[in-house]
Design a binder for this molecule. Structure first.
Ligand code: ATP
Length: 207
């Protein structure tokens, strides 16, 4: 790609909204969650490997991976978790690389990676873009939009990297502390300041 952007931020911080606006402006968006699902889709070689390792119990009646069953298996068993990750992580990395290659040399690729900071992947990207949002706002959104209870929402946030860790890994930070229109406008300014100069063959503007 011409420019490979890693996009990250905590749960319900506004990543998908930012990604959608970057896509509207011409970026190819690669969604890490979608790739993680695809590598163990029904009938995939990845799912066959998981079945070899853990047995029929991981396959649901529809032939899809039974995520709840897998989660139970690895929840309190670090060894099982490692064996699962040893199957899935290399497949996710390889498929991610394939999708990014396929976008071509001229593309601006935005890879939405929820755990980019947690998994220490900043160096894989030309630019790391972090979306930050107030934790209480994020809890309110998870409760309102996803029917999550408040304790669960707080636990999800607590299990992820802190804003300080995300800032330390970021090249550019978008603070999502106003309305959606404002977030989309800020994303547009990011595109104009950091992406357009690269497309014109200039250096990006300094901070
Ligand atoms: P996840 O990590 O769970 O995939 P995300 O970081 O991709 O979440 P979004 O899906 O973009 O976050 O946003 C979460 C929800 O909050 C969406 O319903 C979105 O419309 C809403 N939202 C995000 N930012 C704002 C805002 N500034 N004002 C109002 N609603 C917002």
């Amino acid at each position: 790609p011409r420019l490979h952007i890693g996009l990250t931020g905590g749960i319900a911080s506004g990543k998908s909204t930012v990604a959608a606006e970057l896509a509207r402006r011409g970026a190819v968006v690669v969604d890490a969650d979608a790739i993680a699902r695809a590598v163990v889709a029904a009938g995939s070689p990845g799912l066959a490997r998981v079945r070899e390792e853990f047995g029929e119990q991981v396959i649901g009646p529809d032939g899809e991976m039974d995520r709840a069953a897998v989660a139970r298996l690895v929840f309190s068993d670090a060894d099982a978790r490692e064996r699962l990750n040893a199957i899935i992580h290399p497949l996710v990395r390889a498929e991610g690389r394939r999708v990014v290659e396929q976008a071509g040399p001229e593309a601006v690729v935005v890879q939405d990676v929820p755990l980019l900071v947690e998994t220490g992947q900043a160096s894989l990207y030309d630019l790391v873009l972090v979306v930050l949002a107030d934790a209480e706002e994020r809890v309110a959104r998870m409760v309102r939009d996803r029917g999550m209870d408040e304790d669960e929402a707080r636990a999800r946030i607590a299990a992820q990297a802190t804003d300080e860790q995300r800032r330390a890994a970021a090249d550019v930070v978008i603070v999502n502390d106003a309305g959606l229109e404002d977030l989309i406008r800020t994303t547009g300014r990011f595109w104009e300041a950091y992406v357009e100069p690269v497309l014109r063959g200039e250096q990006p503007e300094p901070e």
